[in-house]
Design a protein around this ligand. Structure first.
Ligand SMILES: *Cc1c(COP(=O)(O)O)cnc(C)c1O
Length: 426
C-alpha cells in the first residue's frame, strides 16, 4: 500500500490550496458565468425543439424521417448560434468535419485562403500540402494560399487587421476564408471571439462575398458566443472534444448558414440524400446528453488547466496561456524544458488516468511529425481530448500540451502527484 502522505505530497497540497485561493478570486467566477450562459442556451435549444423521449429512438436502414436526428441537428444549431447544423456519428473526426465543410464550399478553380498561419497538421493532407492523395483539394484543382494574422510584439503576439497589397489581392480572389480558432499544437494564442469578429469584418470589407469557415475544434462553449454569432458562415468540430461533453463515442458537426450546411450534408452522404438519411446507431440520446453536459465539462476542464498554469508558473516554468489570461480553447501549453520532465509528466498523467493506468507512455515516431511524440491519456473514449490528456513532441523548446479533464477533481489529483514528484526532485 502506497503511503498516503509524504513531505513532498504535503507540500504539493499546500501549494494547490494557495493556487486555488488565487484562482477562486481572479479567474473561476468568469468561467462559472460563461457556463451559466452556455448551459442556458443549450437548455433553451432543447425546450424550443420540444425534445422528448420519442426522439431517442433511431430509424434503421435508410434512416428516413428520423425525428431524433432532426431534433439533434436543430438543437445543436441553436446551441451553436447557427441557422442549421449537421451532427453525425458518421463524421469520423474533426478533420473529417472540416474536410466535408471545405468540399461543400469549394469547386475546381476556387481559392481557399488561410489567415491563421499553418493549419492543424491533419489538414495538410486534406488541402494537399503534404502527400499526393488523389482526393485532396489540390488534386481537385482548388488553390490554396496562406498568410498569418499574428504579429510578434514585445508582449507576445497580437492580431493584425491590415493587409499588404499581395494579401489584399488574395482576399479579393478567395472564395473561402479559413480561420483556426484554437492554438492547435503551436505557441500562438487562440483567437478570442472578439479577434475573430474583427478579422472577419476586416476580410469581408475587402471581399463581401467571402465564405468564412472557422475551425472551431476545442473552442465550443469557451466564450458566451460562438463564431457563427459574429460573422462566420460555417464552423466545424469534433464531438470527442468540447461539444460531446465526454459522452459522445464518436462524431463531428458542421454548423452555419442553412444552404452551406445542406451542401455539406450532400458531401457527407450524397446528392439527393443530404441530411435526410443515415442511421444514427442508437446514439441520439447520448449525443444530446453530452451536449447538455458540455458547458459544465468545458468549465471543469478549464478550472484544471488554470490550476496547471498557476502551479507550473509557480514552479518556474513558462506557461501559455498564463492562469489569468483570456482563453478561447482548452489547451494549456507548458514549457517543461527537458525530455525527462516531459516523460515524467506524461507518466503521472497516465498513472492517474481512469483507464490504462498500468501503461507507461513512451515516445514514438508518428507519421508526418519529424520528432518522436509522447502521449498520455487513459480515456474512456479512445483519443478523446476533452478527457484529461497530454501530448508533446520531444524537441526544443520541450513544450507539453495539456488539455481536457472531465472533472476538476481528477485534474487536481493528477497535478498534486505531479507537483509532489517535482518537489522530490528539487
Ligand atoms: C483536434 C483538432 C482538429 C481535428 O482533429 P481530429 O483529431 O481529426 O478531430 C483540427 N483542428 C484543431 C485546431 C484541432 O484541435
Amino acid at each position: 500500500m502506497q503511503a498516503l502522505t509524504s513531505p513532498s505530497l504535503e507540500q504539493a497540497k499546500t501549494l494547490i490550496t494557495q493556487g486555488e485561493a488565487v484562482l477562486a478570486q481572479a479567474v473561476w467566477p468568469a468561467l462559472e458565468e460563461t457556463s451559466y450562459l452556455t448551459t442556458a442556451r443549450v437548455l433553451e435549444a432543447m425546450r424550443l425543439n420540444r425534445l422528448g423521449e420519442e426522439h431517442f429512438a433511431c430509424v434503421t436502414g435508410y434512416g428516413h424521417n428520423d425525428l431524433g436526428r432532426e431534433a439533434l441537428d436543430n438543437i445543436f444549431a441553436h446551441a451553436l448560434q447557427a441557422e442549421a447544423a449537421l451532427v453525425r456519428p458518421h463524421i469520423v473526426s474533426g478533420t473529417h468535419a472540416l474536410a466535408v465543410a471545405l468540399r461543400a464550399c469549394l469547386h475546381p478553380g476556387d481559392t481557399m485562403l488561410c489567415l491563421t498561419g499553418a493549419p492543424y497538421d491533419t489538414l495538410e493532407e486534406v488541402i494537399g500540402l503534404r502527400g499526393n492523395d488523389s482526393q485532396s483539394l489540390k488534386a481537385y484543382g482548388i488553390n490554396y494560399r496562406q498568410t498569418s494574422c499574428f504579429e510578434n510584439v514585445p508582449e507576445g503576439q497580437k492580431i493584425r487587421l491590415s493587409w499588404s497589397e499581395e494579401e489584399t489581392g488574395w482576399l479579393k480572389e478567395a472564395k473561402l476564408l479559413y480561420l483556426q480558432r484554437s492554438r492547435g499544437y503551436s505557441l500562438r494564442p487562440a483567437l478570442m471571439i472578439t479577434d475573430l469578429e474583427a478579422l472577419i469584418a476586416a476580410a469581408k470589407a475587402v471581399n463581401p462575398g467571402l465564405i468564412v469557415l472557422v475551425d472551431n475544434c476545442y473552442g465550443e462553449f469557451m466564450e458566451p458566443n460562438e463564431p457563427t454569432a459574429i460573422g462566420a458562415d460555417l464552423i466545424a468540430g469534433s464531438l470527442i472534444k468540447n461539444p460531446g461533453g465526454g459522452l459522445a463515442l464518436t462524431g463531428g458537426y458542421v454548423a452555419g448558414r442553412a444552404n452551406l450546411v445542406e451542401q455539406a450534408a450532400s458531401v457527407l452522404t450524397c446528392p439527393g440524400v443530404g441530411s435526410h438519411g443515415g442511421y444514427m446507431a442508437e446514439m441520439t440520446r447520448t449525443l444530446l446528453q453530452g451536449l447538455f453536459l458540455a458547458p459544465s465539462v468545458v468549465k471543469e476542464a478549464l478550472k484544471g488547466m488554470t490550476l496547471a498554469a498557476w502551479l507550473m508558473e509557480n514552479q518556474g516554468y513558462m506557461v501559455s496561456p498564463r492562469f489569468d489570461e483570456p482563453r478561447s480553447d482548452i489547451i494549456q501549453a507548458l514549457q517543461l524544458g527537458s525530455a525527462q520532465t516531459i516523460t515524467e509528466f506524461c507518466r503521472i498523467v497516465q498513472a492517474y488516468s481512469p483507464v490504462s493506468s498500468y501503461v507507461t507512455p513512451i515516445p514514438a515516431e508518428v507519421p508526418g511529425y519529424e520528432s518522436p511524440i509522447i502521449m498520455a491519456g487513459g480515456t474512456f473514449v479512445d483519443g478523446s481530448s476533452i478527457e484529461l490528456s497530454a501530448d508533446a513532441p520531444l524537441r526544443e523548446p520541450y513544450t507539453l500540451f495539456l488539455q481536457g479533464g472531465l472533472t476538476y477533481a481528477h485534474t487536481r489529483l493528477v497535478l498534486t502527484q505531479l507537483i509532489a514528484s517535482l518537489q522530490k526532485e528539487a
